[in-house]
Design a binder for this molecule. Structure first.
Ligand code: GLU
Length: 470
């Protein structure tokens, strides 16, 4: 009978830096998708060994980012710093097995060894590798891994294929610093082993670490997990994503008004895809995703495509939810708004959301509807208020006041019949009406704008404009 494979366990292992990079979000998504696809488990480890940066607030940023993305782990997080005693214990085991040694090189000796290694084209070797420890006082030292001097280490990466490393090029990495602090590569291996991780899916900036980590697994006689190193995310110009490409942190994408479901859909396409499908649900992504299908080439963050995907999800989104998000955006962007914000937004959002790529754009498209009376008229709008147009608007106002069916259809036919009565085209007064309703802000067609504002507000705005001094 074949040995049943272990159920898949994936993880993300972010360091609390104070912001969550979009690359980390994509890594989280791929780990989540793969765990969901295989019926496995998706875990979180907070790599909080940098005590200065790992504040409670910085850890909270990770939780908030994952919660917003809808990618919360299946179990409470493991905190790496809390495992330090366990890491030290493993180093003791490696020492006892002869797979690690104490190295007493001074800073100057290390610098000289580094120079020599560079000149001779090999990895740094410590003379203490094959030397007995000095007698007497407990001199300051680090503990290094005793790596193989020859042969190769192969990382059989699920994305990159087999990647070969000459062991002679891998130096004897420090496992414990002189103050007893475990190093990153050691801690990662011990924690991943203890958490039962079967698949390490992370950014390909960690590919070189995978070779060193493999050696530690082997030295401990532990099963080496499968590795999958994801291509980096680049900007549109092909350069590594940086500040000049715009938003990088998950929080910035949220503030700019991207929806989490749109982010999941879009991020899934960065390095992975299912044919030409641009838009798909979580359930489809889970059904289709396999880490083996991730591509090697760097992915490019394409703002136009992200906007297109977000527009799709804005159109699908419930208007009450969008209303809440627009109100948050409006508050963040400080604006003088009407007090009956919610009903006004609920009325206007369905009329304008098709034209928005983000919540911030949706906010802009709703502004005309939530401005406080008397609304500000921009220069162009006030210039449309000639004595002729004022007189016509005054007649129109009386005519609209008689309309009880305040719907786009009824209002459109009323505007048309008004134009007929006046013997002019709609264009003759449409611009002036639009000006007094919107003040020059973007607004939908007249009948929709009137409907969204409601009868009292619409007539009030016309009234305000007519009572302005000429
Ligand atoms: N803490 C590492 C980072 O934030 C991740 C380590 C790993 O995934 O193995 O880049």
């Amino acid at each position: 009978m074949p040995v049943p494979e272990r159920p898949v366990v994936t993880r993300i292992a972010p360091s609390p830096t104070g912001s969550m990079h979009i690359g980390t979000a994509r890594t989280a998504l791929f780990n989540w998708l793969y765990a969901r696809h295989t019926g496995g488990t998706y875990l979180l480890r907070i790599e909080d060994t940098d005590r200065e940066r790992s504040t409670e607030a910085a850890v909270q940023v990770i939780h908030d980012g994952l919660a917003w993305l809808g990618l919360e782990p299946d179990a409470p997080p493991v905190f790496q710093f809390a495992q330090a005693d366990r890491h030290r214990q493993v180093v003791e085991d490696l020492l006892a097995a002869g797979r690690a040694y104490r190295c007493y090189m001074t800073v100057e000796e290390l610098a000289a060894a580094r120079e020599l290694a560079r000149a001779e084209g090999h990895a740094i070797r410590s003379p203490w590798r094959d030397r007995d420890p000095p007698q007497g006082a407990n001199l300051p030292h680090v503990i290094r891994f005793r790596g193989p001097m020859d042969g190769e280490t192969i990382v059989d990466d699920l994305v990159k294929g087999p990647v070969r490393f000459h062991n002679s090029e891998l130096d004897d990495l420090v496992l414990l610093r002189s103050d007893g602090a475990p190093t990153y590569n050691l801690a990662v291996v011990v924690d991943d082993h203890d958490m039962g991780i079967t698949h390490i899916i992370r950014g390909d900036d960690h590919l070189n670490n995978a070779a060193r980590q493999t050696l530690i697994y082997q030295a401990m006689g532990w099963e080496v997990p499968a590795f999958a190193h994801l291509p980096m995310i680049h900007g549109e110009d092909g350069a590594k994503l940086s500040k000049r490409h715009g938003a990088q942190a998950v929080g910035e994408f949220a503030d700019r008004g991207y929806l989490p479901e749109a982010m999941r859909n879009y991020l899934a396409r960065l390095g992975w895809g299912h044919g030409d499908d641009e838009l798909f649900t979580d359930a489809q992504a889970i059904a289709w995703f396999d880490v083996k299908d991730v591509v090697k080439a760097p992915a490019r963050l394409d703002w136009a495509k992200l906007g297109h995907v977000n527009n799709h999800y804005l159109r699908l989104a419930d208007d009450a939810r969008l209303t809440g998000l627009v109100i948050e955006a409006m508050k963040r962007r400080a604006a003088d708004l009407t007090s009956d914000l919610t009903p006004r937004l609920l009325a206007v959002i369905p009329l304008v959301k098709e034209g928005a790529k983000t919540i911030v754009e949706l906010d802009d498209l709703c502004r005309f509807a939530v401005a406080r009376r008397p609304i500000h008229l921009d220069g162009k709008s006030s210039s449309l208020l000639t004595s002729e147009s004022r007189a016509r608007l005054s007649r129109l106002s009386a005519y609209l006041a008689d309309e009880d069916d305040w719907t786009p259809e009824a209002l459109l036919s009323r505007l048309r019949s008004f134009a007929e009565t006046e013997g002019v085209g709609l264009g003759k007064f449409g611009a002036a009406l639009r000006a007094v309703l919107s003040g020059g802000l973007p607004a939908p067609d007249l009948a929709s704008a009137l409907t969204a504002l409601g009868k009292t507000e619409s007539l009030g705005r016309i009234e305000d404009a007519l009572s302005r001094p000429q």
